[in-house]
Design a protein around this ligand. Structure first.
Ligand code: NAD
Length: 370
């Protein structure tokens, strides 16, 4: 079984889908791993480390992919590059097959077996393969560091000869994986941290990290452990209470999302106008439009003395650890069909009765009925 990894081509992407550590494990079970020279450089993994882990180094993307049975990536490859893959090649990564019509068509037309990892069911068994969670953890961490960097205040309380400094009040909006990491990180920096979410179970999770749950009187647990969209009345109530509360907040980190939909708009322009000058908003949800009305994806703006940042692809900015986690997630996923036995026999052991494979594959029809 040959596994191919080309350099990521998306602008600003520093992560890599295979690290020397995961390469070594794949090689140990009999797979050939072909890595394009320089593929790990932006994540600080050099070619020699891959060679030492048993990888074959390829001079360009085409030779890394040539005759590969499995292609691993972080971001979706460009549609036209998929034409280099032969029918039945397995493609694993954050593929967003519906994000670009040409890409979706290329996957279907080439008869590729695409496994967009964002489709992986979030079951207990899938946790070790859950790239959304591992990458969200890095994003939540980085978002807090950016907010601390932008803030004209200390986060911790300080007692100094120049007087006492009061701790910053930080509010984390949305307490999923990124939000909880943000709570923990802001807490470690010494801020007074509050968080809120529409899923009631997050109260205990926020509190267990030393944060305070901000109760806005709205609960909207949806299917599969995710949130549902709020009704108009629920949204109005949430916003009324929140607007009052934000007047006393120094830093907001937004992480709220609803799968498959634009990010919920939670912080209105009027709320921002009511905040103290020098306050900071870092909107992690910028990728899907932002939780704040003023967020401009990829930009940092100022409005009435309030800084609003909408950073993109924060996981990439922590490329070493983000790649280590991503690559382990990917290794665990491909281990479903790249087994020692499969490598010996030279064919992928894809079991369509395994719900993790059957529910992740795209297009859906590629999976025969169990
Ligand atoms: P996400 O990125 O889709 O959303 C982030 C958070 O925003 C969620 O907690 C959501 O409830 C919240 N949110 C949505 N609308 C909101 C609103 N209007 N106001 C405030 N908050 C709002 O979610 P995620 O972080 O990927 O995961 C969400 C949850 O899924 C996890 O916390 C967990 O409970 C569950 N999950 C389970 C597993 C597993 O068991 N294998 C793995 C990962 C996640």
């Amino acid at each position: 079984i040959t596994i191919g990894v080309a350099s990521e081509t998306a602008t600003g992407e520093r992560r890599v889908a295979v690290t020397p550590e995961t390469c070594k494990k794949l090689v140990a079970r009999g797979a050939r791993v072909r890595v394009q020279r320089g593929a790990g450089r932006a994540a600080s993994f050099d070619d020699q480390a891959y060679a030492d882990a048993g990888a074959e180094l390829a001079d360009d993307a085409a030779s890394a992919w040539n005759d590969a049975d499995v292609v691993l990536c972080v971001q979706p490859p460009a549609a036209q590059s998929l034409n280099a893959l032969r029918q039945g090649t397995v493609l694993v990564g954050l593929l967003a097959p519906q994000g670009d019509a040409a890409r979706g068509e290329a996957i279907a037309a080439r008869g590729l077996l695409a496994f967009p990892l964002e489709r992986l069911p979030r079951t207990t068994r899938a946790q070790a393969m859950d790239v959304l969670s591992s990458q969200a953890g890095m994003a939540g961490y980085k978002a807090v560091l950016i907010s601390a960097q932008l803030a004209p205040r200390f986060f911790p309380m300080l007692t100094t000869a120049a007087g006492t400094i009061r701790p910053s009040k930080v509010l984390i909006v949305g307490a999923g994986v990124a939000g909880l990491q943000a709570v923990a990180t802001a807490k470690r920096l010494g801020a007074q941290v509050e968080g809120f979410d529409v899923r009631p179970e997050t109260r205990e999770q926020i509190e267990s990290l030393g944060g305070k749950f901000l109760d806005l009187g709205v609960s909207a647990a949806g299917e599969g452990g995710y949130a549902r969209a709020l009704t108009d009345e629920e949204r109005a109530e949430q916003q009324r209470r929140l607007g009052e509360h934000l007047k006393g907040i120094d830093v907001i980190v937004c992480t709220a999302a609803v799968p498959g939909r634009p990010a919920p708009k939670i912080i209105t322009a009027a709320m921002v106008a009511g905040m103290k000058p020098g306050s900071v908003i870092v909107d992690l949800a910028a990728e899907t439009g932002g939780n704040c009305e003023l967020t401009r994806p990829g930009e940092t703006i100022e409005s009435n003395g309030v800084t609003v940042a909408g950073p993109l692809n924060l996981a990439s900015s922590g490329a070493v650890h983000a790649s280590e986690m991503y690559a382990r997630n990917v290794l665990n996923f491909v281990s479903l069909f790249v087994t020692e036995e499969a490598s010996r026999e030279g064919r992928l052991a894809i079991d369509w009765n395994d719900e993790l494979l059957a529910r992740t594959v795209w297009p859906e029809r590629a999976a025969p009925q169990a």
